[in-house]
Design a protein around this ligand. Structure first.
Ligand code: SF4
Ligand code: SF4
Ligand code: SF4
Length: 422
């Protein structure tokens, strides 16, 4: 198996194909602290791409309640268990120098889904460790995920012991998910017909509908379970990254890159999507004033989802600050503690970049800050804190200004005459 460099793991790893990288890569950041589980993103995708016969149980975008739920059910528990069986108690990390962009999370010493497959199975039988979910695991997304239960699991009886942040005994959070358009996609690795491919222009991963014969190897291999089988056409389908919007060819976009449907619809303003510049070795090229580069590589508040799977996912998450740390370490890797610390005590720049989320549907390529007056001085969670009403300006691909916004959001008071009207 060829060796490729996976910067999220801080090391080379085996992958069935030689490395090839797009110049720009589709990527996104989700702030889990803000997600309210409204499923608007889910429905935006559904009503755009998967509303036809045979796609009834297909949710390319989904939001699941952690730790109870998953779509398909228990997808992450199942793949973590398989990895544990393949490499018992050795899925561990060695800490490193967080300032090294080639190894910001240290080094992963365990086995990825590609490496574990080599150990568990004969080389010809499968290139990726995975499993095929049963039909019943796909058909009831979110069922019982938000039903409260007491300590003994009695329905309707609340656990009253947990009430205060940052961590308490009763906890959950919403995990919004789409395909991660991975750098080393397991779906691409597994397809015997090479029907799944990564676009050179933006790294979006697509299934060629003419080539696919419905073997479901991609469904079995994707550790995030983001390729899905369509029974009436007998081929597989997956999130297309809303590529007509991203490339600006959708009539709505008027020639300018536009964020995807699930991003643009987000009520909680948790989502930002863009395309990031890559170096020749697949690491992120320094692009200091790109908002995604800033969140992932400078502030380091956004972390990859299950980096240990080894696909180098391009979906990054700001972890929920109230959730027990061992759970988060498993889900987002060793960067969790520093990310939450930084998010809980944001500096001027982080506050400004967080204001860029969902002010526009246009893809942001660069931002600039203009300093404003001090508007608050006091303490935040016991630490001294100052806040400034800075302005942050977002620019598009050709340097054009997309919008500008401030730290203090304007307050609009509805005139008395409209008090009872909408
Ligand atoms: S998340 Fe799954 S379907 Fe999407 S690119 Fe990665 S391996 Fe493929
Ligand atoms: S990027 Fe587009 S296709 Fe993919 S989940 Fe979001 S809305 Fe659906
Ligand atoms: S639209 Fe946004 S806030 Fe609502 S569930 Fe989706 S990601 Fe969460």
């Amino acid at each position: 198996m060829p060796n490729v460099y996976n910067w999220q793991l801080g090391r080379d790893m085996g992958y069935p194909y030689e490395a090839e990288y797009p110049k720009r890569q589709f990527a996104f950041v989700f702030n889990t602290n803000r997600c309210i589980g409204c499923q608007t993103c889910t429905m935006a995708c559904k009503s755009t791409w998967t509303f036809s016969k045979g796609q009834e149980n297909m949710w390319w975008a989904n939001v699941e309640t952690k730790p109870y739920g998953g779509y398909p059910q228990h997808w992450d528990v199942k793949i973590l268990k398989l990895l544990q069986q393949a490499n018992p108690d050795a899925q561990t990390w060695t800490p490193g120098d967080a300032s090294n962009p080639r190894q910001p999370y240290g080094t992963f010493d365990g086995k990825t889904v590609f490496e574990a497959a080599e150990k568990m199975l004969s080389p010809d039988s499968a290139r990726v460790l995975g499993y095929l979910p049963k039909d019943e695991e796909w058909i009831n997304p979110n069922i019982y995920e938000d039903n409260p239960s007491g300590k003994t699991g009695i329905k309707g009886q609340y656990d009253t012991s947990g009430t205060s942040l940052p961590e308490h005994k009763t906890w959950f959070f919403y995990l919004a998910r789409i395909c991660n358009h991975c750098q080393y996609p397991a779906c691409v690795a597994a397809c015997p017909r090479k029907a799944v491919y990564k676009r050179p222009e933006d790294g979006i991963v697509l299934v060629n509908q003419q080539e696919c014969r419905g073997y479901r190897k991609c469904v079995e291999a994707c550790p995030y379970k983001k390729t899905m089988y369509r029974g009436n056409t007998r081929i597989s389908e997956k999130c297309v990254g809303c590529y007509p919007r991203v490339e600006g060819s959708d009539p709505e976009s008027k020639g300018l890159p536009m964020e995807t449907r699930c991003m643009a619809a987000c009520i909680g303003q948790i989502r930002m999507q863009g395309t990031v510049l890559l170096n020749e070795d697949g690491t992120w090229a320094e692009d200091r004033n790109h908002p995604l580069y800033y969140l992932v590589h400078v502030a380091k508040v956004a972390l990859p989802l299950y980096p240990q799977f080894g696909t180098e996912p391009n979906g990054y998450y700001i972890p929920p600050r109230w959730v027990p740390r061992p759970y988060l370490h498993q889900m987002f890797g060793p960067g969790v503690d520093a990310a939450i610390e930084r998010y809980m005590y944001p500096d001027r720049e982080l506050l400004a970049v967080l204001q860029l989320f969902r002010r526009s549907n246009r893809i942001i390529y660069r931002y600039k800050m203009e300093e404003g007056p001090k508007v608050y001085e006091g303490t935040l969670r016991g630490k001294p804190f100052e806040m400034y009403d800075d302005t942050v300006i977002a620019y598009g691909p050709n340097g054009e200004e997309l919008f500008r916004t401030k730290i203090e959001e304007p307050i609009y008071v509805r005139p008395a005459v409209h008090q009872n009207s909408i």
